[in-house]
Design a protein around this ligand. Sequence first.
Ligand code: WTA
Length: 646
Amino acid sequence: MHRFQINSYPAYQKAYKRSIEEPEAFWDEIASSFVWRKKWTKTLEWDFTKPEVKWFQGGQLNITENCLDRHLEKRANQTALIFEPNNPNDAAQYFTYKALHSKVCQFANVLKANNVKKGDRVCIYMPMVPELTFAVLACARIGAVHSVVFAGFSAAALSARINDAACKVLLTADGGFRGDKITPLKSIADDALKTCPSIEKTIVLNRTNSEVIMQANQVWWHEELSKVDDNCPVEIMDAEDMLFILYTSGSTGKPKGMVHTCGGYMVYTAYTFRNVFQYRSSRAVTLGREATRAGGPDVYWCTADIGWITGHSYIVYGPLANGATTVMFEGVPSYPDYGRFWEICEKHKVNQFYTAPTAIRALAKHPINLAENYNLKHLKTLGTVGEPINDEAWNWYNDYVGKGKCPIVDTWWQTETGGIMISSLAGVTRSKATYATLPLPGIQPVLLDENGEEIVGNPAQGILAIKFPWPSIARTIYGNHERYKNVYFSAYKGKYFPGDGALRDEVGDYRITGRVDDVIIVSGHNLGTAPIENAINEHEAVVESAVVGFPHDIKGNALYAYVILYDGYTASDELLQSIRQKVADTIGPIAKPDKIQFTQGLPKTRSGKIMRRILRKIAHNDTTNLGDTSTLLNPEVVQSIIDDAI
Ligand code: WTA
């Protein structure tokens, strides 16, 4: 068995207890199973009031040596990465550890040849193709900081992210396949680049054979590759050197570039991957009384996009640090039909499958249950992430995909936490519909009341906070440590505040109840209300707007925008579409409101603050108890909004 695999409930309890009582000794031991060029001298230094967290100080390593080189001795010919293309008629691609190592080294040399140096930021705006994985790891290999921007973001969103981190190089592709569409990534990138003075070079992958116009300082990926070899020694990094920046929406202001560092991130993602999914490097097959090893390593598939943290931690780094076989999928669950996920599970004999509630709901709602048409017998673990999973979706997943035999791990975590925080360990700790259940070893959650007092005892409900650091906590917001402090460490002194509410039942299992701030999760994507309102307000016809969420069968939440128009503009379908387009252009198609209601006014407090609580209730079609509206500046507007509600 693997050194840090927890394989029984008592073993979990023991690990958890030790992680609380002796956190440094606990993580020391786990960290020791990796390759370090120099051992750390101080395991942990922390102060949540500054805030400052440092793990494994003095230690030196390279994460790609742990994800690639160290596996070459035993696993050179094991498949590391399986690429399943958008079109099911195109061949899947298989990369062994040896091949992946070579690809990463080669592209690392391309980056070097294009003047990328340790510490430089590289923006990656790419479709879900193997080259994206090579590029991410190539950056890590030479100590460049990757900033992956999801390929569904608009030119304006891309440009803002490039500029925030002053990226030096942009990696993109001519286009990306998604179902029956091609996203014109290169032309979106060119639009973005009009306002990105820091970019010195753009390297373009040919993926879709789309026609693109290459401009000055833009080069083709394949041409650059032909100039280099695959010999690239690792850059030695300090444990606390930056590994990557990944942007996440805040409830206000511009996106936050969360900074993750090399050592702690590696240790925590590897540890949690192994334990939550119960990944096995070799499948134990019981023959008579002897357990024999047979059948090779498990095949693990996470359906996320590498543009999000789930893809970073649980497609790339966590699995590869464990020498696992990880699948990446270019397409969408509905192409060519709603059976695609299950077809892929059957084809690649997937053992662990990790997806989002929104995908489960979309598949469950489909009139024909396509999961029945495929052989899913290899599945052992099912996972979910991104938002609370409702009972119905959980049960469908359990009944039709897991056939009642696969434990479901409902994993609660965030871009900021780097790795899974609260979740069951598949088959090891109990799994319970709609509950993330128990904290992982090293994680100390608490529930707080409105006054910030810890609620002791069970059951309890309140605001979720974490009172002790774990190795993969984000260290700062790139270029804005003050904001990092304000958003996460100021609401409740001395504690990390994730922005979620939770309840704890009689036996201490956690259930995440949802955001307690103005972040709305739509199809698993975090969207801040303020940036969307700003985008709407930029429309020439709009005076002001307010955006709230409302429940949606498949997306979980959808966006409801209340919009005040300037005199001279009248509500029309055309205007509505152009406002939605404005949001798509500014942020991305995922942020387009489902409903737009034109209104004469918005309910405001006397200090001028929009009363979202009222708007939320109206959007939820629940106007029975709006509370006291008499203190509003403009109480009369409420009834007219109710009358016109969609
Ligand atoms: C929500 C995704 C309930 C939560 C890894 C969190 C969840 C935000 C769950 C982070 C879950 C994520 N149950 N809610 N299992 N997982 N969330 O940064 O509100 O994209 O704060 O990270 O998603 O989203 P992010």
